[in-house]
Design a protein around this ligand. Sequence first.
Ligand code: SF4
Length: 239
Amino acid sequence: MYTEDDLLPISALQHLRFCRRRCALIHLEGLWTENRFTAEGNLLHRRVHEESDSTDDGVRISRGLRLASLRLGLFGVADVVEFHGDNIVHCDRPTPTKRGGPSGLVVEQVPGQPFPVEYKRGKRKPEQAYRVQLCAQALCLEEMLGVDVSLGALYFGKSRRRMPVEFDLSLRQETERLAAELHQLLDSGQTPPPEPGAKCKSCSMQPLCLPKGVGRRSAVAYVVRSVSHILDEQDHEEA
Ligand code: SF4
């Protein structure tokens, strides 16, 4: 069991699943760069959190619910948690798994369980890092409320579609393993070296992580050198 002082953000799990170095640059070194994707994502989350809680067709919809797990040492905020009572949860699925309803709509029976929904920009994509983030929210809800949470959904802003996520044993185990790894990584105080790959193309940290001509040298050292260079130039102009 962790204490409240040990809690780390659930969002860090998503970064860790994507790239250990990205996670350390953001959560250890406090670096952040915005690109179009992160800016759009932040805007979407802000809009969701600004809306008030509501009840729709017997489903209580809670927005911006604070979450925590002392077992995993995590805290965060859920975009949306639906409380369905004895109602049913509607999810979109690709056509091959269609079990009824129009255009791939299937009905998942989840009576009495909280149903977390995480909002993402862009189109539907089965990103495992997103699934881990959502599963961590489900594990927090289970610990906080003492109930089972077996299903949630990712909502994609561009396609306006939900993708169901089942919190099966393998996803739960991966989420728990990553939570432990997150604590080890941030406790170590060491930023791992770059892991160049296709993922770097969509990574907002690329300018700090892999600056051209700098190779594997520390991103922080690179930033310090860049800032020193700018200050030197300003001094030179003022002189
Ligand atoms: S640019 Fe690549 S190696 Fe660097 S943090 Fe991003 S994903 Fe990781």
